[in-house]
Design a protein around this ligand. Sequence first.
Ligand SMILES: [Mn+2]
Length: 497
Amino acid sequence: MRLKDLENFNKITIQCHDNPDPDALASAYGLYRYFEQIGKDVRIIYSGQYRIKKTNLLLMISELKIPVSYYAPDAGKVDGLLITSDCQYGQGNVTRLEADDIAIIDHHNGTSELALSEIHPELGSCSTLVWKLMLDEGYDVLSDRAVCTALYYGLMTDTGSFSELSHPLDKDMRDCLIINEAQIRLFTNSNISLEEMRITGEALAGYACISNYSCGLLKADDCDPNILGIISDMALQVAEFNVVVAYGHVSGGYKLSIRSCTREVMADDFVKAITDGVGSGGGHDFKAGGFISEDKLGVKYPDTSIKEYLDMAIRQYFESFSIIFAAEYEPDMSVFAKYGKNQLTLGYIDPTTFLEKNTRIKIRTLEGDTDLVVDGSFYLMVGILGEVYPMAISKFDTSYQKIAAPYDRKLEYTPRIYAEPDGRVYDLYEHILSCIPTGSSYIMAAKLDKNVKLFTKWYEEKYMKGEMGDYIACREDDLHDFYIIRKDIFDITYSPA
Ligand SMILES: [Mn+2]
């Protein structure tokens, strides 16, 4: 669905979830401004039992002039189109109001039968989604300072001050909005209420420790998700904890905030594993966030409390992998077989064709951000699934051949380069050229029969994750240069030699 599809309606009501948070208000406000500027009769409401009383929200509303009003649950039918923003019509966290037509714009898990719905759980905030929808219609978001500031604050509070960001679009929005920093400072410093201070204290005092794994588990009373981030940040500073999970009940399930300070556990990985099948999660190496659905938990693990479930899932996670240090690894090579690369067209980019030498760049892809300095020594390879990685030109020259065919693979997210110092953004798609493997280099590979975390000989700070069925491989001419190749990529890319 596009915003254009909603332009047939003249009366539009945007509804935040009950007990609105900054993301609900910000996303509603973005939509409000969009529809207001094209002459619609538009308003923002919220319903439920309680009126807004948190200081940061009241400041946000008054400083940014967000025209939100309270709508009593029994106030009757809504005329025209009702859009639920940062929530889904019919779900438990939003009062169900009768309306002529209904649309949903949200980033929580769930699916809707409604034709007018746009739901993106991969995004860190609904603000990001609204920002993207406005850009798609050509709306000049950057000229609207109050909306920029609102959207930024919405994303910030939904992602533990940006620490639990994982999608590149969230990072794009954070990096490009022009905001009023004084206002953000003002909201941030009115963030915790006395009640939330009490919740934080009780969560810390009631800690549990998952023995053998230095993992702290902290349960908070119902609270704003960003309080969980404060709790997990504090608990990670305890010497006995290397990994921390803070969790609390929200509408429909439990929010999790994850912290790790050990290289053997990447928070992003960890949260994906412990929410697998019952929710979702994502983030970075050291910080991540997640959600566990009450319904899914009840179906898969009936009669199991959230605490029992987490205790079990965390132990399972720690017992599910072994660790390999490639530099010292001496595997039984008889289980390895020789493979050559298929003649698939890949992409490559020579960054020196559009960037000065010594430019510092950040490459943004679905897999994350990578910092590099353009020095003429490497190309950027674009793999078959759109993954981007640097490759030394010397290695490229021995393994690949440039071809004239245009690059035409469709990519889910077009990788971008952010160049310093001027912050210019380059969409990489137009710079991608084509190449094919020369077929003269071979690898030795074996299928993994268990999950591993592999520290390569090049980079011992961070592991490559391999799951059962993926491949562990090394170059034929260097039996210590081990790395992991994902099963789906391996199957398309390699054939037995
Ligand atoms: Mn949200």
